[in-house]
Write a protein that binds this ligand. Structure first.
Ligand SMILES: C[S@@+](CC[C@H](N)C(=O)[O-])C[C@H]1O[C@@H](n2cnc3c(N)ncnc32)[C@H](O)[C@@H]1O
Length: 312
């Protein structure tokens, strides 16, 4: 309410988070007049409509889908949960001859593919990095405490800065909350992380082969939160908080939600869910929360327990 009260969710996936948020905001008596969703995938927008149609009318009628960012800057909160890691990234490798970009080349086309096998096969193809990629990589290398080993492979998302700048232009006052798998730069580009962070997800299985399940698997790369913070500062936003998901949820009192649940069975279910979100080997450490603010001087409870901004 103190930010202005509007909500814009970017890339709402299945719509489950929007449904849960609207129900909770209603329970707290702070429903926004409109809950806007910007979704680039027509398929997902249809799934969101289906999911949100199950909400009580007083909630579902507040949801509005946008095809582009609003022209009038908003006062409120912009949410981007697992969206930044879906932005296309560039893969690079540090070779003896310089910085190489890893692209995709056609490997083979099977004339008569066997049942269940792919007719088209791709593989990595290496070319010398172009000027924009080389410049970004050199900037990264220059800022690290030491050199990286030859053959070191990683990713850089050159779309992050323009994305943040566009979102900043949409925010008159309030917060942009980015939650994603990610790391500050010095951990992202640690010499031991030799093969980067590119990961594929298909039917709840995670692996690192982007050349299978063509067209149906989710391909992501972790977010370099130092790049996000630099872009935010350049766009006139403040980095108001940066914490692991575990610290964020504990700061917001997730334990209380579990212990206050009435029936034993519900408590056990919630405890298992909370554990997955909080335990370091699950999503607690790798998943981060970053708050970027404009014209806002409020204590943010989710960032009260931990401040990782010094790592950026
Ligand atoms: C993993 S889903 C997000 C899940 C959802 N936010 C949630 O909390 O359940 C990724 C979302 O990012 C959106 N997305 C993917 N690439 C995008 C891009 N280039 N620009 C904007 N949104 C994008 C997808 O359409 C999808 O809704």
């Amino acid at each position: 309410m103190r930010t202005g009260g509007e909500i814009l969710e970017l890339g709402a996936g299945t719509g489950r988070m929007a449904a849960a948020l609207l129900a909770e905001l209603a329970a707290q008596g702070v429903l926004p007049e409109r809950y806007t969703i910007l979704e680039v995938s027509a398929d997902l927008a249809a799934r969101q409509r289906e999911c949100l149609a199950r909400l009580p009318q007083g909630l579902r009628e507040r949801v509005v889908w946008l095809e582009r960012l609003p022209e009038q800057p908003l006062r409120g909160v912009i949410l981007a949960n697992e969206v930044a890691d879906a932005l296309p990234c560039r893969r690079f490798r540090l070779d003896a001859g310089g910085i190489t970009e890893l692209g995709v080349v056609l490997d083979a086309v099977s004339e008569e593919p066997g049942a269940g096998s792919q007719p088209i096969h791709f593989r990595d193809g290496a070319v010398a990095a172009d000027a924009s990629l080389a410049c970004a990589c050199n900037e990264i290398l220059a800022g690290l405490p030491g050199p990286l080993p030859r053959g070191y492979t990683s990713e850089v998302c050159l779309r992050l800065a323009p994305w943040i700048a566009t979102l900043s232009a949409c925010l008159a006052r309030g917060l942009l909350l980015i939650s994603d798998y990610g790391l500050p730069r010095r951990h992202y580009c640690h010499p031991q992380r030799v093969s980067g962070t590119l990961r594929c997800h298909y039917r709840h299985l995670a692996h690192d082969d982007p050349y299978i399940n063509l067209g149906v698997q989710d391909i992501t790369a972790w977010v370099d939160f130092t790049r996000v913070a630099d872009a935010a500062l350049a766009a006139g936003l403040e980095v108001s908080g940066f914490a692991t998901q575990a610290a964020f949820l504990l700061g917001l009192g997730v334990e209380g939600l579990v212990t206050e649940a009435g029936a034993d069975i519900e408590r056990i279910r919630l405890a298992a869910e909370a554990r997955r979100l909080i335990m370091p080997e699950e999503m607690g450490e790798a998943f981060k929360m970053m708050a970027l603010g404009r014209d806002l001087d409020l204590p943010l409870a989710g960032f009260a327990l931990q401040d990782l901004r010094h790592l950026l």
